[in-house]
Design a protein around this ligand. Structure first.
Ligand SMILES: NC(=O)c1ccc[n+]([C@@H]2O[C@H](COP(=O)([O-])OP(=O)(O)OC[C@H]3O[C@@H](n4cnc5c(N)ncnc54)[C@H](OP(=O)(O)O)[C@@H]3O)[C@@H](O)[C@H]2O)c1
Length: 243
């Protein structure tokens, strides 16, 4: 049976760029009525041009609990929540990290995910789903990634208990490997980025970095397949295998 989300409504937090935007496009292509959120209006305006008419855009900072509650109330009852908010992480050798950097890493991802999800529950319909976009560093030991592993690992640890507690809502994570998104384009100059991409592609069994669409398709799969629950889906070209 061809998957369809016709008649269903979905929120994609972080849907104005990169993996979140590709996820919003994938859900909209399956017929869902979509709302996207990001912290800046400019990114939302650009993203909305690539999504079907009627897609809603909300400029909401995930740090602002009151603004989150208002946005969820404004959009009303919905079926699927995708959380894909990006931000700075505690990356670097453990000896260079300190408590402030580690806390900032959690603030920029883990706590945003909790705040968004907790605010969403009041409007989330019972037969729906929650998908957290996590990160491959949680399951693969990489030097310099202990901080990132901690943030994403904490999200992974919650998937099982939440799938039990929030049932019949399904709760899953999609764990991307290295993906070519605006995050990296903003983070470093072109030449350094090209070298990083080549280095990353070399250690992935499929010999390429990922695209936002690769991950958007995985998000669409866990959203539509009503028997996938409590799962952490690797979408990393096999990088989690190590080797
Ligand atoms: N790219 C990768 O290689 C990779 C690998 C593994 C995991 N991931 C994870 O995938 C997720 C998305 O990453 P990405 O590479 O697609 O990043 P991205 O292109 O920079 O997109 C990040 C999105 O999050 C929104 N956002 C950031 N801070 C926000 C805040 N405080 N409140 C509301 N929205 C906020 C951004 O909107 P504004 O800019 O308007 O705020 C944007 O829509 C992140 O959780 C990241 O850790 C990425």
């Amino acid at each position: 049976m061809t998957p369809s989300l016709k008649g269903q409504r979905a929120w994609v937090f972080g849907g104005s760029s990169g993996i979140g935007l590709a996820s919003a496009q994938a859900l909209a292509a399956l017929g869902a009525g979509v709302a996207i959120a990001g912290s800046t209006q400019g990114n939302l305006d650009s993203a909305l041009k690539t999504l079907p008419d009627g897609t809603r855009g909300f400029a909401v900072n995930a740090a602002d609990g009151a603004a989150l509650a208002k946005a969820f109330t404004d959009f009303g009852a919905f079926d699927h929540l995708v959380v894909c908010v990006g931000g700075g992480s505690a990356i670097g050798p453990y000896r260079t990290l300190d408590e402030a950097k580690m806390r900032a890493g959690f603030d920029n991802k883990f706590w945003h995910y909790q705040r968004i999800t907790m605010a969403a529950l009041a409007q989330l319909r019972g037969a729906g789903s929650i998908t957290w976009v996590s990160g491959a560093a949680a399951r693969l030991a990489i030097r310099g990634m202990a901080g990132l592993a901690a943030t994403n690992g904490a999200l992974h640890a919650m998937i099982g208990p939440l799938a039990l507690e929030l049932a019949p809502v399904r709760v899953n994570a999609v764990s991307p490997g290295f993906i070519d998104t605006p995050y990296w384009r903003k983070a470093m100059p072109e030449e350094a980025r090209a070298k990083l991409y080549a280095d990353m592609a070399a250690v992935v069994p499929v010999k390429r970095v990922g695209t936002p669409d690769d991950v958007g398709q995985a998000v669409a799969m866990v959203t539509t397949n009503t028997f996938v629950n409590g799962a952490i889906i690797d979408c990393d070209g096999g990088r989690h295998l190590g080797g």
